[in-house]
Every structure is written in C-alpha cells, then in structure tokens.
Design a binder for this molecule. Sequence first.
Ligand code: RB5
Length: 161
Amino acid sequence: MKIVIGADHGGYLLKQAVAVLLKKLRHVVVDVGAFTNEPSDYPDFAKAVAEHVIKKKAERGILICGSGVGACIAANKFAGIRASVCHDTFSARQGVEDDDMNVLCLGARVLGQELAAEIIKTFLAAKFSNAPRHRRRLQKVTAIEKTCRNSGTPSQETGNA
Ligand code: RB5
C-alpha cells in the first residue's frame, strides 16, 4: 500500500521509526516531513498528508504530532479526510471498518514505539466494511461536509439521527 506520513517536531522521531516499519512491511512510503526536529507547525504536515490522500497520491495517511490532536484537527478541515487519533488497536480497526478512516493520527508524546507499531499494523490491515448502515452514516457525514463548505455552518437539515 502507498502511505503518506507526516509529523511536526513533536512527532519527528516516531515518524522516522514509522518509516522504517512501513518499509519493512513492504509498503511504499511518501514522507512529507518534517525532516528535522527543529520546531515546525503541524498544520503544514496535515495539509501535505491530506492533499496526498485526497488526490489519491497515497491510499492512506499517518500523521504524528505531540498528542496527535492538533494534526487531527487540521487534517479534518480537508473535505474527504476522515482522520482520528487512535491510541488503541480497537479504534484503529473499527475506525476503518465502520467509519472509513483514511488518516491515522498518533501522539508521539503519548505512545511508545511498540504500541504505535501495533496500532499502525491494525489500521493498515483493516478495510471499510461497506455495510449499508455505515455507508448511510458516511453519506450523512459527507452531507455535513458539503453544507459547511457552502455556508460555513452546518445546515439544520442533515437528516435524522
Ligand atoms: C507541539 O509542541 C505540539 O503542540 C504539537 O506537536 C501537538 O501535540 C499539537 O497537538
């Protein structure tokens, strides 16, 4: 699988280890930086990772910052990105199977490398179930995304809960 990875200074070291892991697992890695641990801004890497996924230059993305949170917030501003912080394997699997998560966000100041590796393997092995109920829910998410893009605020009419 072709995977784009990005991290700010907080995630730089873990990203380097993740690149080694992914190559060992025979994935193709696109690294959009950071390339040093000098202070940098996570939205820049979230943007680069998101653009690769949206333009289908990579199938999935992995974003790393100190907590995973900032990078996740930034990535989810891009239409078509379904990013989440997952610090356990259950969420990493279910996030793909049910919610078609395409960007995994990790906090390098939260996780050790071994747990990060398990989470990444789980994320990459998981596939969207395509179950009608999950497709329906995703369509509602996409509808929210569209109304936000048009008006800046969500429409009141996004369907029943
Ligand atoms: C940078 O110090 C830190 O704020 C960043 O890596 C990330 O944790 C933000 O959510």
